[in-house]
Write a protein that binds this ligand. Structure first.
Ligand SMILES: Cc1cc2nc3c(=O)[nH]c(=O)nc-3n(C[C@H](O)[C@H](O)[C@H](O)COP(=O)(O)OP(=O)(O)OC[C@H]3O[C@@H](n4cnc5c(N)ncnc54)[C@H](O)[C@@H]3O)c2cc1C
Length: 331
């Protein structure tokens, strides 16, 4: 790796698939890159919730479709680094071949990709401002602002618009992008295999999908029968502003009153609201950027609603920066 004295100093907001993929390529190419994320971990919507009792729930994306050709090279790297496993087909398990899972949860998936990156976790950027020739980032916790030559916002479009209020050149096209929210439920049952996905969605019609965590590779240690259920977009929109206890109470009530005893009472219930879960209307190109090439915005929402779209967006931003830098001859 080559040290780049005269090349731009780059900051990336967002350590999801798009931000990490972009940071990996640029760091490997010798650029000076810092990544900021408001969470304590990395992965964004590739997420796992852990409880004190040892339960684990992949409450964001449940798995990655390993048959998508664009994901192939990355998944090969993650599989050989031991942070991912492909499911074996097991009769009646509800899992199908070609699904890739993070180990020991989905949040572990990107760990090898983030290895050696300069990551600032727990760093929520509250404001972005243009100052002469650089961008200035302010932080919610009041720490000293930081500056960079090139800024990449790899966050959902509405969050990018909130951060980049004064930069109409970039935010105007983003207003066409739309997301669906998703209320996600995490359920733990004492009885093993007491539930199947059709029982959950049959009882609560607002459940679109349900996944048994114990059936995924590397989860044999879970002390309960753990399930993740996604509410439909319609239900999630209608109940978006309820708080978590209200939402879990509704699920409990529905399961108890309509399941005829076919779904036992869960011993553990929690809910997570993804305000920007899945893209409904995409931008239609891999990223947006200012004409001077100092500000980029990207994420899955540029191209679609899937993790491969996030990867493609992050990779395209990195390629554009590498290309512009080569054209400038700053190396
Ligand atoms: C419930 C659910 C189910 C899904 N199912 C599937 C599926 O089956 N198949 C599929 O392919 N995809 C699925 N997805 C979508 C997939 O997870 C996303 O496409 C992908 O993970 C998006 O990556 P990203 O990097 O674009 O954005 P994100 O993962 O959202 O990353 C953005 C990051 O920016 C950070 N951030 C935001 N604002 C700030 C700020 N101001 N300061 C600092 N950090 C900030 C966030 O903390 C986050 O880490 C699902 C998503 C959800 C929520």
């Amino acid at each position: 790796m080559e040290s780049r004295v005269s090349s731009p100093d780059i900051a990336i907001i967002g350590a999801g698939m798009a931000g990490i993929a972009c940071a990996r390529r640029l760091t490997d190419d010798g650029f000076s890159v810092r990544v900021y994320d408001k969470s304590r971990g990395i992965g964004g919507r590739i997420a796992t919730r852990r409880t004190e009792a040892g339960l684990r729930f992949d409450h964001g994306i449940p798995f990655i479709d390993a048959s998508v050709p664009e994901m192939g090279p990355l998944l090969d790297t993650l599989l050989s680094a031991g942070s991912a496993a492909i499911s074996a087909v097991e009769a009646g398990s509800g899992l199908s071949e070609g699904r890739c899972y993070g180990l020991p949860g989905m949040s572990g998936l990107l760990r090898p990709l983030a290895d050696g990156l300069v990551l600032n976790r727990g760093s929520e950027v509250s404001e972005v401002a243009r100052r002469d020739l650089w961008w200035e980032l302010s932080f919610k916790d009041g720490r000293a602002p930081e500056r960079c030559d090139i800024l990449i916002c790899a966050v959902p479009a509405p969050q990018a618009c909130a951060l980049l209020k004064g930069v109409g050149e970039i935010t105007d096209p983003l207003t066409a992008v739309a997301f669906d929210p998703c209320w996600t439920f995490m359920l733990g049952f004492d009885e093993s295999r007491a539930v199947d996905p059709s029982m959950l969605s049959g009882s609560a019609r607002f459940i679109a999908d349900a996944y048994r965590e114990n059936d995924k590779p590397g989860r044999a240690d879970l002390p309960m029968d753990c399930w993740v259920a996604h509410a439909t977009p319609e239900w999630s929109i209608r109940h978006l502003e309820l708080d978590r206890p209200e939402v879990t109470d509704r699920l409990r009530d529905v399961l108890l009153t309509t399941s005829d005893g076919s779904v036992p009472e869960p011993a553990f219930v929690a809910a997570h609201r993804w305000r920007y879960a899945r893209t409904r209307t995409a931008l239609g190109r891999p990223f947006a950027a200012t004409a001077d090439g100092s500000l980029f915005v990207g994420g899955d929402w540029c191209l679609g609603d899937k993790v491969e779209h996030a990867l493609a967006s992050g990779a395209a931003i990195a390629a554009a920066i590498v290309e512009a830098d080569a054209a400038r001859g700053s190396r």
